[in-house]
Design a protein around this ligand. Structure first.
Ligand SMILES: [Zn+2]
Length: 430
C-alpha cells in the first residue's frame, strides 16, 4: 500500500494502478475450464454443470476481493464493493458468463472479469468512492437454453416475472422457474427482482466488439453511443403450387420468386435509407419453401425479417417502406402476403454523461478510442430500461464472436479495464 496515495485528498489520474493483463488472463482461463465442449470452443449453457461451476468460481473471486454477494430469484449475481455512503444509488458494471454452442472465451466473460479487476484496482489503491460499485453477472444473455435472451436483465427490467418464468421451457420441457427453484434460487421472491428507476445511478458494460470496426480503425476502445434494437417479422407468401414443366412463365404465381424479390427490395431500401450517421441492417435469416421439390413451383414461402437500427424513428420509417413495397410486389405477382410482427424494440441510447466519463478516462490514460454503435444487443439494452447505461467495446480479432476463433488480446481488455475503472470511480464518487 502506498501511503502517499492514501493521504492524497483528491483522486487524481495517477491514483489508479494499472490493470493487470495477467490477472485478467488468469480469470478468463479459469472460467474457460468450465466448458461442455473443450474439444471445440467453449459451451456454457445456462444452469448446466459447467455454468453452475462458473458461477461458483466468480463468487469465489468476489469473496476474495471482499465483495458482499447477493443472488436474486432470477439467478443474477451481485458482488458489492461498498462505498463510504452505501445508502446512495450504486453504480453497476458487469455482463454475462453463459455462451452459445461452441463459442469463445471472451463474449460476456470479458465484461465480468473487467469489473472484478476494476474493483481490485480500487482496493489496491485504497480508493473508496461514495457510492457502492456492484459487479453483476446477468443470467443467460444468450438465448441458447430457453430460446429467449437477456433473462436476468429482462427480469431486472420487470419484463420477466414468475408467471413468464413458469411459461419459458427448454427443449426437455423444464421451465426456467422450476430450474431456478431446484438450484435453490429464492423464486418465492421473484416480485422483488425488478429495479425501480433511480435505484441504480449508472450501469457500464465492457464487451468485445462484434463487428471488427475497432480493429479496422486500429483503435483500442469503442465508446458506444447507441445499442441498436431489432424489429422482427414473419411473412407468409401464398401463390399457386403447380407443375414446373407444365406451367409457362407467364402463368406462374410463384411464392418463392415473390419472396426473393421482396428480399432484394428489403436490402435495397435499407441501403438507400442510410445517411452518413445512420446505422441500419435488414436480414432474412430463415426461408422455408413449400413443398420444396425440384419440379414443383412453390405454392408457399415463409421467411423472417430482422431489421435493426440505431434510431427508432428511422427504423419505423424503414420498416414501413419495406412493408409497403412487399405489398406492391405481392400485388404485381398475384400472391397474397400475411405478416406477423414479434417485437419492435426501442434502441437504447447510452447516456451522454457516461460516454463523457469514458472518453475522459480514455484521454487521461492515452488509450485510443472511437465512438461507435452496437449493432448487436446486450444486457445493457434491458438495464437501460431502469438505469442510465454506457458500453465500452474492446477489439475482437476479425470481429469474430460466437465462434471458437473468437479472440481478444488480454492487454486490450486490461486497457479497457483502466478506462472502465476510472469511469466507474468518477460515477460512483458523485
Ligand atoms: Zn455477449
Amino acid at each position: 500500500m502506498n501511503l502517499a496515495l492514501e493521504q492524497e485528498e483528491a483522486v487524481s489520474a495517477d491514483s489508479f494502478p494499472k490493470a493487470s493483463a495477467a490477472n485478467i488472463e488468469r480469470m478468463l482461463r479459469n472460467l474457460n475450464h468450465f466448458n461442455s465442449t473443450p474439444e471445440f470452443g467453449t459451451t456454457r449453457v445456462l444452469f448446466t454443470e459447467p455454468e453452475v461451476a462458473a458461477r461458483e468460481y466468480i463468487k469465489r473471486e468476489m469473496k476474495q476481493l471482499g465483495l458482499k454477494i447477493r443472488e436474486d430469484a432470477a439467478g443474477n449475481i451481485f458482488g458489492t464493493y461498498e462505498g463510504t455512503e452505501p445508502v446512495l444509488a450504486p453504480v453497476w458494471t458487469g455482463s454475462h458468463i453463459d455462451t452459445v454452442l461452441n463459442a469463445g472465451m471472451f463474449d460476456g466473460m470479458s465484461g465480468v472479469v473487467a469489473g472484478l479487476e476494476a474493483v481490485r484496482l480500487f482496493e489496491e489503491a485504497g480508493l473508496r468512492p461514495r457510492r457502492s460499485v456492484v459487479v453483476v453477472v446477468y443470467t443467460s444473455e444468450e438465448p441458447t437454453r430457453f430460446g429467449l435472451g437477456c433473462l436476468g436483465s429482462r427480469a431486472l427490467a420487470g419484463k420477466l416475472g414468475a408467471a413468464e418464468a413458469k411459461e419459458l421451457k427448454d427443449k426437455d420441457g423444464n421451465s426456467l422457474y422450476d430450474v431456478l427453484k431446484s438450484l435453490g434460487f429464492p423464486v418465492e421472491h421473484f416480485d422483488e427482482v425488478p429495479v425501480r428507476r433511480g435505484d441504480v445511478k449508472a450501469a457500464v458494460e465492457l464487451h468485445i466488439d462484434q463487428t471488427g470496426e475497432l480493429e479496422r480503425a486500429d483503435k483500442t476502445l469503442g465508446v458506444v453511443k447507441t445499442i441498436c434494437a431489432p424489429s422482427v417479422y414473419d411473412f407468409k407468401v401464398t401463390g399457386r403450387q403447380s407443375h414446373a414443366g407444365g406451367t409457362s412463365m407467364a402463368r406462374r404465381r410463384d411464392a418463392f420468386m415473390a419472396s426473393a424479390e421482396m428480399a432484394l427490395a428489403a436490402e435495397r431500401l435499407t441501403k438507400e435509407s442510410l445517411g452518413k450517421d445512420d446505422y441500419a441492417t435488414a436480414t432474412i435469416g430463415r426461408v422455408n419453401v413449400i413443398p420444396g421439390a425440384v419440379n414443383v413451383i412453390p405454392g408457399e414461402a415463409d421467411f423472417s425479417l430482422d431489421v435493426r437500427d440505431a434510431s427508432f424513428e428511422h427504423k419505423k420509417e424503414l420498416t414501413q417502406k419495406i412493408l409497403a413495397e412487399f405489398e406492391e410486389i405481392a400485388k404485381k405477382r398475384e400472391v397474397t402476403l400475411d405478416s406477423k410482427m414479434y417485437n419492435d424494440d426501442h434502441p437504447m441510447p447510452c447516456q451522454d454523461d457516461i460516454q463523457k466519463k469514458l472518453v475522459e478516462a480514455a484521454e487521461e490514460t492515452g488509450i485510443s478510442y472511437i465512438k461507435t454503435i452496437s449493432g448487436a444487443f446486450h444486457d445493457s439494452m434491458l438495464v437501460g430500461e431502469f438505469a442510465p447505461v454506457g458500453m465500452l467495446f474492446v477489439p475482437s480479432r476479425d470481429g469474430i464472436s460466437h465462434s471458437p476463433q473468437e479472440w481478444t488480446d488480454f492487454a486490450d481488455i486490461a486497457a479497457g479495464t483502466d478506462v472502465l475503472a476510472r469511469a466507474l470511480f468518477a460515477l460512483a464518487d458523485e
